[in-house]
Design a protein around this ligand. Sequence first.
Ligand SMILES: O=C(O)CCC(=O)C(=O)O
Ligand SMILES: [Fe+2]
Length: 487
Amino acid sequence: MDSVHEIAITGQNLPAKYIYTDGINLSQDPSIPLPLLEIPVVDFNRLATPSIGTGEELERLRSALSSYGCVMVTNHRVASSLMDRVRLVFKQFLALPMEERLKWQKEVDGFDGYGSDMIVTKDVAVVHDFSARLRLITWPEDRRQMKYWPEKPHDFREVLDEYSSKLRVLHDATLKAMARSLSLEDDSTFLKVIREGGTISSRFNFYPPCPTPDRVLGLKPHSDGTVITFLLQDREVEGLQVLKDEQWFRVPIVADGLVLNVGDQLEIMSNGEFKSPIHRVVLNTKKERISMATLSFPEEGKQIEPFEGLVSRERPRLYRQVKYNGVTQLGYYQSGKRVTDENLLFSRFDIPFQTPAGQIRKTQGSKNYPFTAAMPYTICQHKVLKDGQWYRVPVVADALVLNAGDHLEIMSNGEFKSPVHRVVLNPKRERISVVIASFPEEGRQIEPLEDLVSGERPRLYRQVKYSVVAQVGYYHSGMRLADVARI
Ligand SMILES: O=C(O)CCC(=O)C(=O)O
Ligand SMILES: [Fe+2]
């Protein structure tokens, strides 16, 4: 029984399982909507046509996927009329009487078909999504389960067949472009994971109107468990939001654009070069909304791990090998976890890290680093290493200690030094400190400034790409970026 849809039609009161009793952190002030995401736009035609500036477009793609994790793809060669037909056949399907829709209902423990997801988490506190879905494998064709493909409206199958074959071409070319943007020798590196037993699915999402969007979500905060996802949005009704720098942003509707986002499996395979963004769907009080996601997945049981060509001394391996499993992925989704966080080789606890559930995770100590991770800057006395000797840093009332960081050491070609320091504890007294620190943009290339390189002062450091997780990795392994980058 597709309860969400019928509740919407009959206007019943919402059952408690859909309600976030603490409310949803929509805008502080309801009269001011959340800001619009300035989502980077990538022109697919330029990516795919070497003669017209492929290099520049590839760099745009790489940089966007390493900081935002998503881009708006334009000129993707999928006709606007076909996109409209996809929206239309789904709306026509939704308008059918319930008995007709239920003919294509999913099994309780299955993925394909119409209805709400099975609940696999044992966590009883899980809040359900107020949305219904129709999910169908479209590729490879011999994996299609036609018993779940609606026959009404009469052209549903034909339209999905046409759209999914266009999206497959786009999907494959995009994964190849992604590999090229990271300068991988074999541009099929990521695509192989799909070709070797993987699948591509279509997921149609229906979000009914909801009188209390401040207490109910269409989709809870999550990152996709896919390799990549292409999203066809509703033409008129917004609802998708992305978390960036701990702030929620609305994703704009761009006529005929498709939203491409990195999935968790690609974040792992790319060793964190590409980020799988956290997103959610909010509801509209008056209008229903639809969307359709094209999702690619590895084969069940496939081992996913960082690709060797993306692991180096400068960029240590960030994730363990993890076996892809659809049910485990769904469990992570429902309990607000992510496969990427669960398989990170070190703790993220010492960077204020926003979990999908939306709270800053409290410092809890980690398996590997029981105290440094738990207490990054606290309870200790600051000491600095100079000429092989540790020195105590004096307390000067009202003064601030300024120190150069590793990136400034590199940019200044070693003119400024990023000092090694540590913090010791006091047997009796607690101690606190507060740090204000500045960082480059994620993915930014850092290197010595040309003006500071000369015959007398040769270049001392290689170019390195800024990455917050790699930085934490160095910290935990007792390495300094400035040493790693030293020529
Ligand atoms: O409906 C949307 O805009 C987003 C859908 C989504 O995030 C998903 O299907 O995973
Ligand atoms: Fe999603």
